[in-house]
Ligand binder design. Sequence first.
Ligand SMILES: NC(=O)c1ccc[n+]([C@@H]2O[C@H](COP(=O)([O-])OP(=O)(O)OC[C@H]3O[C@@H](n4cnc5c(N)ncnc54)[C@H](O)[C@@H]3O)[C@@H](O)[C@H]2O)c1
Length: 255
Amino acid sequence: MRLENKRAIITAAASGMGRAGAELFTREGARVAAVDRDAEALKSVVDAINANGGKAEGFVADLSDNDAVARCFAEATDSLGGIDVLWSHAGMPAPSDFESLDLERYDRAAQLNVTQATLLASLAVAEMRKQASGSIVFTSSSSGLVGSASSPLYSSLKAGLIGLTKGLAVRYATEGIRINAVCPGMVATPMLYNDFMSDSPFSREETEKRFVAAIPMGRPGQPEEIAHAALWLASDDASFVTGVALPVDGGLVAR
Ligand SMILES: NC(=O)c1ccc[n+]([C@@H]2O[C@H](COP(=O)([O-])OP(=O)(O)OC[C@H]3O[C@@H](n4cnc5c(N)ncnc54)[C@H](O)[C@@H]3O)[C@@H](O)[C@H]2O)c1
């Protein structure tokens, strides 16, 4: 098992890729603190994992509140007895308009995508340094690697996370702490359909066809495919890998 006895925190774990990560990491032997603001969905994820012999505990927190981030981290590490792995997955779309900029929405997106992830990583690194080991995976996006015309602000925030990944990777390289980012392309989760595709003037079917046409593999990713990449980055299988922003996107950014 790739994460035997590892103590892991995963944010946005009640749905999509985070949920797939909580399921996969526990199957690989980790004890997982699963964090999400959706209490009901989180309970059903955690209950299912524990019913299948995994070890997970749910922590309900709205990570758009920095105090809640710190509180939740303290509770989760207290319960786990420390932390070996952080998959900082929570994020949200940024406003797509630019000229009539909705600064309030932009600030909310910046807080969740960057500030919140930065705070969580800062708390995690402080713990990991005490044991001289640990692995952090941020969820960036293919939009952080290449410009997104539909949402330059999302590109900017997700690219910011890649800068953070590289800077932290270099800073902590000799301290046993690896920091990497996973960059999903289009992944079949509620966020893809309810957020990223929602601005389209076309029908849902037509919109999906147009989105998928951009993907060399001709299909969106499945949440489990991103969870496997995060697992690899988090595990000792990637022991010589740090500061990487790994596209998991069916070839999207290779074009
Ligand atoms: N789905 C995609 O195509 C795609 C592509 C690239 C990157 N991403 C990134 O993946 C992450 C989202 O993952 P997903 O697609 O698996 O989404 P999802 O819609 O399946 O799940 C999002 C989860 O995040 C939780 N959440 C949202 N806001 C929260 C908050 N403030 N505090 C706590 N929990 C909160 C929701 O309750 C939900 O359970 C984001 O970082 C997003 O930017 C998604």
